[in-house]
Design a protein around this ligand. Structure first.
Ligand code: ASP
Ligand code: MG
Length: 419
């Protein structure tokens, strides 16, 4: 048995990186190169758009297909990828083994189609690593204690990879995709958007949930919790370093030159306002408990200054949940004897995110001045320590993103250096 190398590296390849035999060979070479230095655990997604095709198939057969059988079907996509990836690595001369989620020890909770990982039993992977094999694991899937196959929710293989990196105390988790890193904003909107060298988990969570699709937000939450260093890089240009995603604490120790790291645009939100809500304890809790029970996650929440004994409460939510949420709010409105419900799904949310805005005055005013100069009306504002979000009209959104990107000088790079 070859002695285990000191460090373990997890590398994850998304659908576009394993789309065809040529791609599979390309990523196999990356794995073999990394195996010179590390024990390598590879996580793969389904090839290309396979998962979408499987979802369409299920819908054609039974539009109500959900739960157990859908998981059985969706889990097959990743099984194809692990087998061909392991074959390809073997052909190039390195020992490799493919493992399904359940063989790899992924124990999940029982919620089908969106299961959370409860535990990873490491013995099997450890054994193969000790044999000197590259271990190729199916992302996005696991098994319950009762032996039922589950999947983790769309985009879940990022989470599989980070969970493995945490369990095996990996030196890093490389997420390979079809872009070469995380950008200051969507390069399709701002042509001179910059690739970031470095971003904190916290900022990445905000950008990921605000619509920068490179990483699944849940995977970054997990990386933050277990302090896993991530790197987002391109499998098509593996020589590039990509973007490092590390803890905010380490970033705070650096001299941050810029207040804002990135600008995000989310056009998939709607808002609901509940008007004339009685100003007494327990009412707001009732509203948001009912919504969370139906799994509707709300984002910006605003309560107006009380007028006499009434408030207005407004919040944003994903457009796709608007119909359900409106029905729930109508019920609540009756119960709490509020005045009326208003809503709008024709909105855009523009946000600035940056660890550099902590303790730095003037960031909000620069943002608002930019909107003012562009003649853009702000409908709602919400802030956190590292984020300011504004709701505006969607037809002004791209103009806003361009102007904000410029106002915060994001087109010139000035990256902090990791000590
Ligand atoms: N193949 C799954 C999906 O398309 C999981 C993933 O790609 O992360 O959602
Ligand atoms: Mg994917």
């Amino acid at each position: 048995m070859a002695p285990l190398k000191k460090t373990t590296l997890v590398v994850k390849f998304g659908g576009t990186s394993v789309a065809d035999p040529e791609c599979i060979e390309r990523i196999s070479k990356i794995c073999i190169r990394e195996a010179k230095e590390h024990n390598v655990i590879v996580v793969v997604s389904a090839m290309g758009k396979t998962t979408n095709t499987l979802v369409d198939l299920a819908n054609k057969v039974n539009p109500n297909a959900r739960g157990r059988e859908l998981d059985m079907l969706l889990a097959t996509g990743e099984l194809v990828s692990i087998a061909v990836t392991a074959m390809s690595i073997q052909k190039l001369g390195h020992p490799a083994v493919s493992l399904t989620g359940w063989q790899a020890g992924f124990i999940t909770e029982s919620a089908h189609n969106k299961a959370r990982i409860a535990e990873i039993k490491k013995e099997r992977i450890e054994k193969h690593l000790a044999n000197g094999e590259i271990v190729v694991v199916a992302g996005f899937q696991g098994i319950t204690e009762e032996g039922e196959v589950t999947t983790l929710g769309r985009g879940g293989s990022d989470t599989s990879a980070v969970a493995l990196a945490a369990a095996f105390k990996a030196c890093r988790c490389d997420i390979y995709t079809d872009v070469d890193g995380v950008y200051t904003t969507d390069p399709r909107i701002v042509a001179n958007a910059n690739k970031l060298e470095l971003i904190s988990h916290e900022e990445m969570i905000e950008l990921a949930s605000l619509g920068a699709k490179v990483l699944h937000p849940r995977s970054v939450e997990l990386a933050k919790k277990y302090n896993v260093d991530l790197r987002v890089r391109s499998s098509f240009e593996p020589e590039k370093e990509g973007t490092k995603v590390i803890s905010l604490k380490r970033i705070k120790e650096m001299e941050l030159t810029k207040a804002v790291t990135g600008v995000a645009l989310d056009t998939k939100q709607a808002w609901i306002g509940i008007m004339g809500v009685p100003d007494k304890p327990g009412i707001v809790s009732k509203i948001f408990t009912s919504l969370s029970k139906r799994n509707i996650s709300v984002d910006m929440i605003i309560q107006s200054v009380p007028r006499e004994t009434y408030n207005d409460v407004a919040f944003t939510l994903p457009k796709e949940d608007l119909k359900d949420a409106l029905a729930i709010c109508q019920e609540i409105l009756k119960e709490i004897e509020g005045t009326k419900i208003v809503s709008d799904s024709n909105i855009a949310k523009v946000s600035i995110v940056g660890a550099g805005m902590i303790n730095r005055p003037g960031v909000a005013s620069t943002l608002f001045n930019t909107f003012a100069k562009e003649g853009i009306n702000i409908q709602m504002i919400a802030t956190s320590e590292i984020k300011i979000s504004c709701i505006i009209a969607p037809d002004q959104a791209e103009k806003a993103v361009k102007a904000i990107h410029q106002a915060f000088e994001l087109e010139t790079s000035s990256e902090p250096v990791i000590a």
